[in-house]
Design a protein around this ligand. Structure first.
Ligand SMILES: Cc1cc2nc3c(=O)[nH]c(=O)nc-3n(C[C@H](O)[C@H](O)[C@H](O)COP(=O)(O)O)c2cc1C
Length: 393
């Protein structure tokens, strides 16, 4: 398997699977080291305050088994800082190593997954894993394609957050749609004020109730639904991203589209632009005396022009597909016997991935932005003759 590293200077490498370690039960090995998830974060600056509590706070947003809306799998997602931090909780500049042991490794759960080993789960990565890794694929709980993999990203994103916080760059993600039920237009201020006020993390508190009722209904049916997550990054200086292959929206798309179950992405008004005239779609610039900066009257572009951040909020929306594993019977194929079969999966699943995917979106946007910031600042450091009127970096 290749492609387990993201980023060019601020680089994140992860490993680990849904049930890693479950087969390695050995009385001579501490349980925490049976298996789980690991992250190495390269490019962390020295002198940043980093505690396991700060990382845990982010992990707790994604952790399973918190509410009736998500999977009953109970993982505490406890993180251990393994390297890169001194006893005063300050980073040294060395790679930060993080470990999150898997706790749910009982035979009862393994055997349930094993009983479906030979069949393709519709909508899941199982079929393509059969084609790519054959009989060697780890298909217990979807292996590297499992949502559990994203815990390692969230841990790395918490490290990026610790750095971005020192620069006043804030990234927030929230749910705006479930199964066609939509929140009203949410501003950054509303999203901050109502952040995590309900189990869905939808800042429209009235619509959230409707959405959560729908999720409980769908869960009782053994089915699942999709939705939309919106991400806003505030405080991003103008100048991040490159004009050609490494446009900021290309890097952010790579970051977000690498998360399982995300099927679509829009920046600013996204697909709405297709319906507009130029006079309606253009964001009109003006000189804002109070800040001494050029601002834009609207932000249909979503904070990126020509592949480069323009200093406005970066606004992104992602479409999340319904959780593939459902307990309603579906037709599929037994890959070992090559015969058509019908299966209803009896494992533990979320009725929607949305309540658990928004922290992963925050993490990946933070990682991508910090990496782009390193490159922009490094480039500026060696081309430091730009007129200061135009330099936000
Ligand atoms: C946080 C998170 C949790 C997930 N939980 C589940 C789950 O409980 N059951 C499931 O079948 N898929 C789950 N997935 C989705 C799969 O990872 C993914 O949809 C599947 O492997 C197919 O990949 P694709 O949808 O990107 O093509 C989850 C994904 C994320 C990001």
């Amino acid at each position: 398997m290749v492609g387990n590293t993201f980023g060019r200077i601020f680089r994140v490498t992860t490993c680990g699977e849904s049930y890693a370690g479950a087969f390695r039960k050995n009385p001579n090995v501490p349980k925490e080291l049976y298996g789980g998830l690991m992250t190495i974060v390269d490019g962390v600056p020295p002198g940043i305050k980093l505690t396991s509590e700060l990382i845990q706070e982010e992990l707790d947003k994604r952790r399973p088994g918190k509410s009736a809306l998500d999977t009953p799998r109970k993982e505490s997602d406890k993180v251990f800082i393994f390297s890169g931090v001194m006893e005063n909780d300050i980073t040294t500049g060395a790679p930060v190593g993080l470990i999150i042991p898997n706790e749910v490794i009982e035979d009862e759960h393994l055997n349930k997954h094993k009983s479906y080993n030979e069949v393709i789960r519709p909508g899941q990565a199982g079929y393509t894993f059969f084609k790519k890794y054959g009989q060697f694929a780890d298909n217990i709980g979807a292996g590297r394609a499992s949502g559990r993999e994203t815990a390692a990203r969230v841990a790395a994103g918490a490290v990026a957050k610790a750095v971005l916080d020192t620069m006043g760059i804030d990234v927030i993600a929230f749910v705006t749609e479930i199964h066609g039920i939509k929140a009203e237009n949410i501003t950054y201020e509303t999203a901050k004020a109502n952040y995590r006020k309900n189990d869905l993390n939808c800042p429209d508190l009235n619509k959230a109730k409707e959405m959560m009722d729908e999720l409980l209904k769908i869960k009782a049916e053994g089915d699942s639904v999709g939705g939309v997550v919106e991400i806003i990054a505030r405080g991003v200086p103008a100048g991040l991203g490159e004009p050609v292959f490494d446009k900021l929206q290309a890097t952010l798309s790579h970051a977000l589209m690498s998360i399982g179950a995300i099927k679509g992405i829009e920046f600013g008004d996204g697909f709405e632009h297709a319906k507009l005239k130029g006079s309606e779609s253009n964001d009109i610039p003006y000189y804002d005396e109070s800040s001494g900066r050029v601002r834009f009257k609207t932000n249909r572009a979503g904070g990126i022009l020509g592949g480069i951040s323009n200093g406005e909020d970066i606004r992104i929306r992602v479409a999340v597909k319904p959780t593939p594993t459902i307990s309603i019977p579906q037709n599929t194929v037994n890959m070992y016997k090559l015969e058509n079969v019908e299966v209803a999966f009896k494992t533990r699943n979320d009725p929607s991935i949305c309540p658990r995917i928004y922290p992963v979106c925050e993490a990946m946007v933070r990682i991508a932005l910090l990496d782009a910031l390193y490159i922009a600042k490094g480039y500026r450091a060696v081309s430091n003759n730009i007129d200061p009127r135009w330099d936000d970096l």
